[in-house]
Every structure is written in structure tokens, then in C-alpha cells.
Design a protein around this ligand. Structure first.
Ligand code: 5AD
Ligand code: SF4
Length: 453
């Protein structure tokens, strides 16, 4: 029987991390396999799906605002529905469940992080008149590997290897909304990687809240290095991974940066703070010294590795001295990119109960100071690329200039170069071109294409 979803148009709006981006690809894949049509604008849609994030308060507030304000957007002309079907999934769906419908009565479907595979059934129930549907599972038994996926780019793919997190950093809500860590088998990961390569994918990003502890639940010990070797053996052009907890980064994985030719020289290693006192209060289970030691080892294995990190400013009780320890660590490491966040209180986490006497202005000043240090550091790091010829995977054109291509170097740095004469962006997208870097700026490098694939 034809699904009532068939021929309906849907719009997907994603907030948050790469795991959510990937879940959205699965959602789009599932809905399209039932005959629905993805549209680029809310106004054109009969079904809207929000994949949400609650890691910081700002994402929460934005979602509530967006869902509330879209209530009056009319359905597209010709639709046979009497109202647009509004679905909220992802981390806020998981956290709030049916309660969301009390705050936002025009929401029709609530689902969580553990049951995205159920979304089509829930929408179908609404379409056949069964009323609002809210369904959130505590935890799913198995990894949803067999759902269809509609990739945003044909040449790049996310490949989840674990889901959930067991670390319980005291500020973080993720373990409560993504559940305990579950790993896929190496065979399963390798098979999906091979299928992606056969499908023409050039870059695979392995995903997990902490890829370094991959396999502990399945094999009794972390086996992330084995996953990297297995994915490398498929011959895929580029391998990346995110994200990585310093306490679980092994020497074996570090060594692979010097051994696997397709493992890209880029490592995202969230440090969160440079103060041992704060790291302890965050339950991070490493010291600044241990972190710096890891950085040294990574650079020994491959001096070209570009490092990036996440930092939280204003964790409860952070003193000026603690902050200066963070600033010093950032200067010492030399990051290519730093994602800086002001601490955001999340109900239900241990840090939400901690005293916080620091005035808001002091935290903002620390944040601004850190941003300056980060910019200086990134600019300095990028100088090493000037004069080099880098392999750039073309992703499209620069936002500001249609005649300029934009792509990523192996180090995950954005590169701009004029589109060579006689070539179009459609021909170049998804291919690797060689670019000679003439100028290295803080956020991107620019140069000339010296050879197209
Ligand atoms: N407040 C601010 N930043 C947070 N992060 C996680 N939880 C919070 C919070 N409560 C940041 C961490 C993490 C990144 C994904 O988000 O730096 O690495
Ligand atoms: Fe959150 Fe810590 Fe788990 Fe990362 S490792 S998802 S910061 S609890």
C-alpha cells in the first residue's frame, strides 16, 4: 500500500553537531524512500522536521522561537492538508518528550535520538487522523545501520561508529539525551565504508561523541586504531574523525597519523580548559600536562597535523588564574581553529548545581580575550602553508565570489582560488585540485590552481 507520506513535501531544519547532520541525512533518506519530496524552503513544505540540539541554551531558545514563529506560515498552494505537520526530533525531543506539545500545541510529532527510524510511522499516524504522536525511547538496542541515507554531498560522507557517551563531563547534557555509548562492529563499519567508496565518496568522517573509546562495549577494550586501519584499507581518499576525548587518545592511534596516507593531518582534540582545577571539576580526567604531552606526541608522529579544540569559558567558579591557564595553553599548543563557548547551565547536569560567583561581565571579557588569542594563533599557524601546493577537495564557490572556488586542504583549512579558465564549478565540485598557496589569512588560505584532477 502506498504510504500517505508519498508525494508530500518536507523541509528539514538541523541544529547542532555532525551527529545531528548525519541523523538528518537518514531522515531525508527514509522519507524519500517512501515517496516524499525534500524542498529547500519551509514555505514549500507540508511536513517540517526539526532535528534539535540542547547542548547550550542558545540552541534551545532558537528552536522554540522558530517553531513558535512558523505557526502562521501558510501551506503551499495545492496542498490537501489542513495544516503543516510539525515534527521535533533529536536532543530536545529526547529530553522533553510529550511536554513539548504543552508549550507548542501546533507540534504534531515528537521523537528522540533513539528512534529516528520510527519517524515515518509517526507521521503516517498523524496523516491518517490518529492525532498527536510523541514517542521517545530510553535507549535503542541496536545501532540503526540499515536506514537509507541521502547525503548532502555525493563526495563526502559521515560514518557513525559509536553513539552515546559514558563520560559525564559535569557541564554536558549529551549523555542524558544520547544515552550510553554503543559501538558498531568493525565489520559493519568497514562494509559501510567500502560501500561509500564504491559509490564514489572521497572523504569519510568517522563520527562518535568520543571515537577514541570505540569498541569498549563490544570488545572489552578500545579498538579505534583497528577501525582507522580497516577504513584506510578501503582506499578512500580522505579519512577524518570527530570527536576525540584526550583521556582515551592512545599512542597507537597517534602513530597512525604518521602511517596511514589517507588519514588527514587534522585532529580535533577538545581541551575545554587549561586549568587542572577546572578540568577536575569538569570531570575530564586529564591534566593540562597530559594534554600537552599528547600534542607533543602527535606532532612527533606527523609535524604537519593541524590541531583544533573546544573551550568553555566561565565554567562555575572559574577564576582569573584558571582562565589565564587556558589562555596560556592555547598559546602554547598553536591551534589552527578553536571553538569557544561561554558556559551554559544545563538543568540535570552536576555543574548546574555548582556555585558561580563570577560576574557575567568578567566572563564576557575573558571570552573576548580568548577570541583574540585564538585569532592570532590561527593566523600564525596558517603561515606555514604559504608557498606550499595543497590538495584541495572542492566544495563549491566562495560565498562572496562565484568565480572563486572554495574547498578544504588536508588540514581541514578552507582554501580559495579563482576557478581556472575553461572549467566550471560543476565540473570541479567533489574533485581534488592542487592549489599553490599565495596568502595565508586567519580563516582561510588563498592561491592559484596549478593542476585540476
Ligand atoms: N556550556 C557550554 N559549552 C558546552 N559544551 C558542551 N556543553 C556545554 C555547556 N553546558 C561544548 C563543549 C563541547 C562542545 C561540543 O560544546 O566544549 O566540546
Ligand atoms: Fe559531553 Fe564530555 Fe561526552 Fe563530550 S565526552 S559528549 S563533552 S559528556
Amino acid at each position: 500500500m502506498l504510504s500517505p507520506i508519498s508525494d508530500k513535501t518536507f523541509f528539514l531544519q538541523v541544529f547542532g553537531c555532525q551527529m545531528n547532520e548525519h541523523d538528518s541525512e537518514r531522515i531525508a533518506g527514509m522519507l524519500e524512500s517512501l515517496g516524499a519530496i525534500q524542498v529547500p524552503e519551509l514555505e514549500e513544505s507540508e511536513i517540517v522536521v526539526f532535528v534539535t540540539c540542547c547542548v547550550r541554551e542558545a540552541a534551545d531558545t532558537r528552536l522554540m522561537g522558530q517553531v513558535a514563529s512558523m505557526k502562521n506560515v501558510p501551506l503551499p498552494q495545492g496542498s490537501k492538508l489542513d495544516k503543516r505537520i510539525v515534527c521535533i526530533g533529536g536532543c530536545i525531543g529526547q529530553r522533553d518528550g510529550a511536554k513539548l506539545m504543552e508549550k507548542l500545541p501546533h507540534v504534531d510529532v515528537v521523537f528522540g535520538t533513539q528512534n529516528i527510524d520510527r519517524l515515518p510511522r509517526l507521521i503516517e499516524s498523524v496523516l491518517v487522523g490518529k492525532g498527536h504522536q510523541a514517542e521517545v525511547y530510553e535507549a535503542s538496542e541496536k545501532f540503526a545501520t540499515d536506514l537509507p541515507s541521502k547525503r548532502v554531498h555525493t563526495w563526502a560522507a559521515w560514518l557513525p561508529i559509536t553513539s552515546g557517551c559514558n563520560n559525564f563531563c559535569t557541564y554536558c547534557i549529551v549523555p542524558y539525551v544520547r544515552g550510553r555509548e554503543k559501538s558498531r562492529t568493525i565489520e559493519d563499519v568497514a562494509a559501510e565504508a567500502q560501500a561509500l567508496v564504491n559509490d564514489g565518496v572521497k572523504e569519510i568522517t568517522l563520527l562518535g561523541q568520543n571515537v577514541n573509546s570505540y569498541g569498549r562495549d563490544l570488545y572489552g577494550e578500545p579498538r579505534f586504531a583497528d577501525v582507522l586501519r580497516a577504513v584506510s584499507a578501503t582506499g578512500v581518499g580522505r579519512i577524518r574523525f570527530a570527536t576525540s576525548h584526550p583521556k582515551d587518545l592512545t599512542d597507537e592511534v597517534i602513530a597512525l597519523f604518521g602511517e596511514l596516507p589517507n588519514l588527514m593531518p587534522a585532529l580535533h582534540l577538545p581541551v575545554q580548559s587549561g586549568s587542572d582545577r577546572v578540568l577536575k571539576a569538569m570531570n575530564r580526567r586529564y591534566t593540562a600536562e597530559h594534554y600537552l604531552d599528547l600534542v607533543r606526541k602527535v606532532r612527533e608522529a606527523n609535524p604537519d597535523v593541524a590541531l583544533s579544540t573546544d573551550i568553555i569559558v566561565g565554567f562555575p567558579g572559574e577564576t582569573e588564574e584558571d582562565f589565564q591557564a587556558t589562555a596560556n595553553l592555547v598559546r602554547e599548543v598553536g591551534y589552527g581553529q578553536v571553538f569557544t563557548f561561554i558556559y551554559s547551565k544545563r538543568e540535570g547536569t552536576p555543574a548546574a548545581k555548582m556555585e558561580d560567583p563570577t560576574p557575567r561581565e568578567a566572563i564576557q571579557r575573558r571570552f573576548d580575550e580568548l577570541v583574540d588569542i585564538v585569532q592570532e594563533g590561527a593566523h600564525e599557524q596558517n603561515q606555514r602553508f604559504t608557498g606550499r601546493v595543497l590538495d584541495v577537495l572542492v566544495e563549491g564557490t566562495s560565498k562572496r565570489d562565484e568565480d572563486v572556488l572554495a574547498g578544504r586542504s588536508p588540514h581541514n583549512v578552507t582554501v580559495h582560488a579563482p576557478i581556472p579558465a575553461g572549467k566550471t564549478i560543476d565540473e570541479l565540485e567533489g574533485t581534488i585540485v592542487k592549489v599553490r598557496i599565495d596568502e595565508s589569512l586567519t580563516w582561510y588560505l588563498s592561491g592559484e590552481v596549478v593542476d585540476a584532477e
